[in-house]
Ligand binder design. Structure first.
Ligand code: DGL
Length: 278
């Protein structure tokens, strides 16, 4: 007997500071094709990764409340920075709507993959300052050693489409030097892509680090967490139809439509993007 509730056909809300969270939306749509999704990118105020905690909390609350007003059944905080800085506030403000961030699923996947208990987290400046991944991993594995490196320039490179070639390679070499300067035996065996944009740079990051170890993409781990939460909450959509997709932004629909398909892996145009004022 299914424990489905009246709103199981409602969309899953996915919130991000801008376009990058489409990598998380992509993972959710691929894992859960029958679920409808409503994405809100706060493109008017991106980037969050260089902002203060107070601003990130305020922006995240405003954006998420808008998604709740539009009838979402669950909120996925796709933005690592917002997950690191504002998750508790979002959970408290949105009750009873379930809220899932990307940090805990990413940390869990990293702990499962690691053999030497050493982890490297690549993230924005604000996420690194908050040490949210360090705390989440340490809770799961008290013996873990965790390093976090701020790689904010990767965000701009991913948006510019410079995910391969000399500029991306030089940035990766520079950012990863604290790790690559050490012998292979002294390096972490898991690398967490702790920012929405970084999955697009997986190839250059892998090339710089060399073979071996695991690159953990928080987006994929989060999609699995969403699936579990929908099932356990009786919220899974069972209509059998392909889920609808609604895209909302707070500014610059044409730019979002130009960059977005590379992050989402699906084509869409600016006519498919609705502008909202928070
Ligand atoms: N979405 C942000 C994150 O995952 C990256 C872009 C930003 O700085 O807002 O941390």
């Amino acid at each position: 007997m299914s424990a489905r509730t009246a709103n199981s056909d409602a969309p899953i809300g996915v919130f991000d500071s801008g376009v990058g969270g489409l990598t998380v939306l992509r993972a959710i749509r691929s894992a859960l094709p029958g679920e409808s999704t409503m994405y809100l990118g706060d493109t008017a105020r991106v980037p969050y990764g260089t902002k203060s905690r107070a601003s990130v909390v305020r922006y995240s609350l405003q954006a998420s409340r808008r998604l709740v007003e539009r009838g979402i059944k669950m909120l996925v905080v796709a933005c690592n920075t917002a997950s690191a800085l504002a998750l508790e506030e979002l959970e408290a403000a949105l009750t009873p709507v379930p809220v899932i961030g990307v940090i805990e699923p990413g940390a869990r996947a990293a702990v499962a993959a690691s053999e030497n208990h050493r982890h490297l987290v690549l993230a924005t400046e604000a996420t690194v300052a908050q040490r949210a991944y360090t705390r989440a991993i340490a809770e799961l594995d008290p013996n873990a050693e965790i390093e976090e490196l701020g790689c904010s320039l990767f965000v701009a490179l991913a948006e510019e489409g410079w995910t391969e070639g000399s500029v991306a390679e030089a940035a990766a070499a520079e950012y990863l030097r604290p790790v690559t300067a050490r012998s292979a035996a002294a390096r972490p065996d898991t690398v967490i892509l702790g920012c929405t944009h970084f999955p697009l740079l997986t190839r250059v990051i892998r090339a710089e680090l060399g073979p071996g170890g695991t690159i953990v993409d928080s987006a994929t781990a989060t999609a699995r967490a969403v699936e579990r939460a929908l099932r356990s909450g009786g919220l899974a959509c069972e209509s059998g139809r392909r889920g609808a997709l609604k895209l909302l932004v707070t500014d610059g629909a044409p730019r979002f439509a130009r960059l977005g398909p590379r992050f989402l892996g699906e084509l869409f145009g600016s006519a498919d993007v609705e502008l909202v004022d928070l």
